[in-house]
Design a protein around this ligand. Structure first.
Ligand code: NAP
Length: 319
C-alpha cells in the first residue's frame, strides 16, 4: 500500500477556502482501530460548523474534514472486522478523531458497522448522519411510543425525512411541514398529514414536536402539546424564542436538546442497528445530488452553505 493518500483537510478554521486538497500520510491504526479504504462520503451541516470553528471540538491540524463514510476494511486486528468487509461510520471528524474525506480513514472498532448485503454505498452514506440524528431525537431523547403523534417541521430536508421515515416505521402518527414541492416526497416517507410551512399551522395535539428549521416558535408550539409532550431541540444555534412557561408546566411538558456529537458509542451503535435494519428493508432513503469528486470538497461546503437541496455526496474511490 502507498504511504500517502489524497485528502481534503484544513490547517486553520475559516470559510470553505481553508479546505485544502492534497497528500497526507496514510493514518496508522491503533490496536482497537480498523483501517478503511473510503468509497463515498457525505456532507452535513455540522461539517461546515467544524471547519469554520463554530462548533468547538478538538481538531488536530492538519485535520481531515468529514463525519460519514462507507468503505472497505483493508487492515484490522480486531475480531469483528476482516479485510474486504463493507463497512460504514458516522462519527469521525470531531473530538480529536480525524475525518472521513480521504482515501483512507482509521475508525475505532466501536464506531464501525457492517454495511448490509444489497445496500449501495451511496444510498447508505446519504442517510447515516440524518438517520442517527433522527433515532436520537425520536427514541433516545424523545421517548416516542407507538400511536403517539410527532410533528416534524422542515420535513423535506435530510434530518426531517429521516424523522418521518423512522417515526412512521415505529407506529407513530406523523404530521409534517415542508414546501409544497416536497409534499409527495414527505408523504412517501410516511407522513399522514403534510402542510405548507409558509402559510399554515398544525391544529392537532402533539406528543413530540421537532423543528428542523431551528426557528422554534415556542409560543405556537407549547399550546399544541399534549399532556407530557416533548419539544426536542436539535437545530437553531442563534434562536432566542419566547417560552410560555405556564402553558409548558401545566401540561407536564418538557424541552430537551441534544447534539449527535455528544452521543456515546453505545447510543450510536443502537442507532446503527436500527439504520441497518431499515436500509436492508429499503425503508430508509434520502434525496441526493450527483456525486462530486473528493477534490471538490471546498465547493461541496460552499454548496451546503448556499442551501442547495438534496444530500451532497463525494466519490472517494477513483480519486
Ligand atoms: N443536533 C444534532 O445533533 C443535529 C444533527 C444533524 C443536523 N442538525 C441540524 O438540523 C438542521 C437540519 O439538518 P438537515 O441536514 O436536515 O438540513 P437540510 O437537509 O438542509 O434541511 C433543512 C430543512 O429545513 C427546511 N426549512 C427551512 N426554513 C424553514 C421554515 N421556516 N419552516 C420549516 N422548515 C424550514 C428546509 O425546507 P426548504 O428546502 O423548503 O427550504 C429543509 O427541508 C440543521 O440546522 C442541522 O445543523 C442537528
Amino acid at each position: 500500500m502507498t504511504e500517502t493518500m489524497r485528502a481534503a483537510y484544513i490547517t486553520s478554521y475559516g470559510s470553505p477556502d481553508v479546505i485544502q486538497y492534497g497528500e497526507l500520510p496514510v493514518p496508522a491504526p491503533g490496536p482497537t482501530d480498523v483501517l478503511v479504504r473510503v468509497d463515498v462520503v457525505a456532507v452535513n451541516h455540522v461539517d461546515t460548523f467544524v471547519r469554520a470553528g463554530a462548533y468547538a471540538t478538538s481538531t488536530p491540524f492538519p485535520f481531515v474534514i468529514g463525519r460519514d463514510l462507507v468503505g472497505t476494511v483493508v487492515r484490522s486486528s480486531v475480531a469483528e472486522f476482516a479485510p474486504g468487509d463493507r463497512v460504514w461510520c458516522n462519527s469521525l471528524g470531531h473530538d480529536g478523531r480525524q475525518g472521513s474525506f480521504a482515501e483512507f480513514a482509521v475508525v475505532p472498532r466501536d464506531r464501525l458497522y457492517l454495511l448490509p448485503e444489497g445496500v449501495e454505498p451511496a444510498e447508505a452514506v446519504a442517510v447515516l448522519h440524518a438517520a442517527a440524528t433522527a433515532y436520537l431525537a425520536l427514541f433516545r431523547t424523545g421517548g416516542l411510543a407507538p400511536g403517539e403523534t410527532v410533528l416534524v417541521l422542515g420535513a423535506g430536508g435530510g434530518v426531517g425525512s429521516a424523522l418521518v421515515q423512522l417515526a412512521s416505521a415505529a407506529g407513530a402518527r406523523v404530521v409534517a411541514s415542508c414546501s409544497p414541492d416536497d409534499f409527495d416526497w414527505v408523504q412517501s416517507c410516511g407522513a399522514e398529514q403534510v402542510f405548507d410551512y409558509h402559510s399554515e399551522v398544525p391544529a392537532s395535539a402533539v406528543d413530540v414536536w421537532i423543528d428542523n428549521s431551528g426557528r422554534h416558535d415556542l409560543e405556537a408550539a407549547v399550546p399544541l402539546l399534549a399532556q407530557g409532550g416533548r419539544i426536542i431541540a436539535l437545530a437553531g444555534m442563534a434562536a432566542r424564542p419566547v417560552l410560555p412557561i405556564g402553558a409548558l408546566y401545566t401540561r407536564d411538558a418538557s424541552i430537551r436538546g441534544f447534539v449527535i456529537s455528544n452521543a456515546s458509542a453505545g447510543d450510536l451503535a443502537d442507532a446503527a442497528k436500527l439504520i441497518n435494519g431499515q436500509l436492508a428493508a429499503k425503508r430508509l432513503r434520502a434525496r441526493t445530488r450527483p456525486a462530486l469528486p473528493l477534490s471538490a470538497a471546498a465547493d461541496a461546503h460552499r454548496q451546503m452553505e448556499s442551501g442547495v437541496r438534496g444530500r451532497i455526496l463525494l466519490n472517494v474511490s477513483g480519486t
